[in-house]
Design a protein around this ligand. Sequence first.
Ligand code: SF4
Length: 404
Amino acid sequence: MAKLVFESWSFNEHGDEIEAVLLNKFSLKIPLEEFSFLSELKVQEGALLFKKMSEEQAEHKVNFLLASHLSELKNKRTGNKAVYFYPGCGIPLIGNVAWGIVYRDSSLIELKPQTSCNLNCIYCSVGEGIHSQKTDFVIDKDYLLEEFDKLLDFIGEPVEAHIGVQGEPFLYADLLPLINELNSRKKVQVVSLDTNGTILTKRMIDELSLNQKLRLNMSLNAMNQEIAEKLAGTGYNLQHVLENIRYAATKIKLLIAPLYVPGYNEEEMPRIIEFVKSLKLTNRPFIGIQNFLQYSSGRHPAKQAAWEQFRQKTKEWAVESGINIDLKPEDFGIRKTKPLPKPFKEGEIIKARVVCEDRFSCARVAVAKGRNISINPCHSKTGAEVKVEITRDKHNIFTGKVVK
Ligand code: SF4
C-alpha cells in the first residue's frame, strides 16, 4: 500500500474526477480513469492511497499527472486561470512587477508569492479584487526562498524583505512559514508585509508575533463603516479590522497606512490619526498617510490630489494631532545597494521562449537569460520562440513587444 501526502497538494474525489487542490486556494481536475493504470485508488483526508504500488512509483505517476494538467489550474474562489511556479520549473522569478521577486537596487526586496484579493477597493492601483479576471500566479515557498537566497548572496548586505503582493498576502496558504523562514535569515533585518487586515485572526497574530523582525503595514482608510465599505468596494468588517489592529499593536510592530482619496475620506484622516495615537505604538514609523495616485492599471474613483495640496493637508493633520506623520525613505532605512546586472537593455531585440499567459489573456510571459519578460500583446503558444524588442528594462522588470 502506498500513501501519498503532498506538502502543497491535497486531493478530493468528486464522482468520476479527482480534484487536486494546490495550497488550499487553487485546483485542477483529473478524470478518475487517468489514475486507473495506478492500481486501486482511494482518497483519504486529502491523501492518495494506492493498493498495489510502491510509494516511489505512485509519486512518480501522480507528479506526471499533475504536470500534464497544470495548465488547467484555476483559482477556486474566482474561477480565474492560475499559473504555478515550483522548484525546477525553469521559470526565473525576476522580471515581472506582479509576481516573483522585484529588486530595485535598494535594500528593500519585494517578494510576491501570489496574486489575488478578497476586497475590491475602488482605488486599487493594480485593479485587483474579487471581480478581477486576470490570471493569478502562485509560487512555491521553497522556490521563492531559493531565488531570494541567491539574491541575498549577490547583494551581500542586510536587507528588508517586503511581502507586497498584488492582492492580499494572507490568501497565500504558506505565508506564515514564509515569514518564519525570512525572519530566520541573518541578512534579513526587517520582514514587512502589506495587508488589508480583513482575514487576520488573533491566533494568526499570536503566531506572527514570534517573528521579532516583522512589521505589518495595515491599511485603514476610514473609522466609519459605511465609508470604509465604500472604499473597499465590497463587504468589509471595519470592527474586525480595528480589533485586529488593537490586538496586533500589543504584540507586533505596526505601520498604519491610510490612503487619502479626495472626496471620500478626508474627514476620516484626523479620526484615524486619533485611533492610531490611542494604540500607543512605540516603533517608528507607525503611521504613513498615502496620497491616492492614478495608475493606468488601476481604478480611478477620484482625481489625484496635487502633491503640494496633499503635503499641505498632511501638515495640517500633523499640527492638529501633534504627531509627526510625514514619512521619508530614511524612516525605513532604505539604502542603495549593489545593482543587479541586466541581461538585456531597452531597445534590444532578443529571442525568448513563451512559458505561460501573463496576467491578461492577450499577453504572455517569456523567458531568456535568467529573466522573465512580459510581452503584450502576444498570443503565441507555450513553448514557442518569439523575437522580442525590449520596451522596458528599469529595475530588471522587463516588458517587450513581438517583432518580425
Ligand atoms: S488595494 Fe489592496 S486590498 Fe484593495 S483590492 Fe487592491 S490589492 Fe486588494
